[in-house]
Design a protein around this ligand. Structure first.
Ligand code: SAH
Ligand code: SF4
Length: 350
């Protein structure tokens, strides 16, 4: 009998598998998801439904592949927790739990490394190793909830990798993670962040997934963007803007625009005006993120004052801005710092 990977199936699909394999159905599928995915109880046979069906339980014990994420490192600083998960192939991916006012956000990885090669980003410097499967993405949520023991209500695809460069698997992961009988993360609490892959933005729009879209712009014109992000040679800022015009925003309200502030490079008043002009026709919220230190990009990080100053230039133009203070940057868990194992080992392991 084919193994059943519980983290790779929606409740409906699991019910179908139980039906074909054992003549059971939705009742047991729901019970399995409740015990394993919602409660983190891998000893599902202790639940009533399975106590009453010893034969089914025996078969499931043989066929069911349970979540067993191997967490190799957990480090934390001021409530932000970074953990590394070892994959079957031996590679590791990192995820970050970010505390918010009433819940936690999980910053999820979708690839080992990244093909996009942004100069300021640690993951970009790693190069591309491989895509994650939907099950490996879901395993990060399972680990955050039941190993790191955090109540995860929000997901941002802002860890390692470019989600729109692994879109089929990311789409599938979103379907699984938003299944109300399983992980139950509302689509309105999921954000996909992209370096600006136009065909991927179109595919996300067509998918009907109805999640939030963030675009990491990081520059006010193509010349600066090209000097920071090789992907900018493929897609101009105007191409990206056209893709956003086409995108069915629905009830999600705003696009999120990421802007990593790099002193002396993209932080002048003139650039803020240029950016505001570019964004004018779009409903956006701009996140101004101070540059985090990475090993290969030899630039000063932006101070809180730099962030305030640049944000106020934008606000004067009527742009809705959120200032991000870097969290977890000492433990190399900040934006763009994932992938540097040396950095993680410098801080004390829990
Ligand atoms: N590949 C996607 C998703 C990864 S998100 C994307 O780029 O959007 C990684 C985020 O961290 C991006 O918004 C990126 O612009 C930002 N980032 C990368 N390197 C950074 C650094 N050194 N300091 C601060 N933010 C950084
Ligand atoms: Fe990849 Fe995003 Fe890092 Fe660029 S910023 S290298 S797209 S992870």
């Amino acid at each position: 009998m084919e193994p059943i990977h519980i983290m790779e199936l929606t409740c409906q699909e699991l019910a179908e598998r139980l039906k074909t394999n054992y003549g059971k159905g939705m009742h047991h599928a729901q019970a399995l998801l409740r015990e394993i995915i919602r409660h983190g109880n891998r000893d599902f046979h202790t639940a009533d439904e399975f106590m009453r069906s010893p034969k089914l339980t025996r078969l499931l014990s043989r066929d069911l592949v349970l979540p067993e994420p191997e967490i190799t490192r957990i480090v934390s600083e001021e409530g932000t927790v970074k953990f590394a998960m070892k994959l079957a192939c031996g590679s590791e991916v990192e995820s970050v739990v970010i505390p918010m006012r009433n819940h936690n956000t999980l910053c999820l990885s979708c690839q080992v490394g990244c093909r996009m090669g942004c100069r300021f980003c640690e993951t970009g410097h790693m190069g591309f190793v491989r895509n994650l499967t939907p099950g490996e993405m879901a395993a990060q949520v399972f680990a955050a909830r039941f190993i790191v023991k955090k109540n995860i209500k929000n997901i941002v695809f802002m860890g390692m990798g470019e989600p729109l460069d692994n879109f089929d698997a990311v789409r599938r992961a979103i379907v699984i993670l938003s299944d109300q009988r399983g992980f139950d993360i509302a689509r309105s609490h999921i954000t996909v962040s992209t370096a600006g892959l136009v065909s991927g933005i179109d595919a996300l729009g067509r998918s009907g997934l109805n999640v939030h879209l963030a675009v990491s712009l990081n520059a006010s014109n193509d010349r600066i963007r090209e000097s920071l992000m090789p992907v900018a040679f493929r897609h101009s800022m105007e191409d990206i803007r056209q893709a956003l015009f086409r995108f069915p925003l629905g009830n999600r309200g705003l696009f999120l625009i990421g802007y990593v502030l790099i002193p002396g490079l993209n932080d002048s008043e003139e650039q803020a005006l240029e950016l505001a002009e570019y964004l004018k026709p779009l409903p956006v919220r701009v996140n101004v993120i101070p540059l985090n230190k990475t090993s290969a990009f030899n630039r000063e990080t932006a101070s809180d004052d730099d962030v305030h100053r640049f944000a106020s230039y934008l606000e004067k133009q009527g742009v809705f801005v959120v200032k991000r203070w870097s969290r977890g940057s000492r433990l190399q868990a900040g934006c763009g710092q994932l992938g540097n194992a040396d950095g993680a080992s410098r801080v004390q392991d829990l």
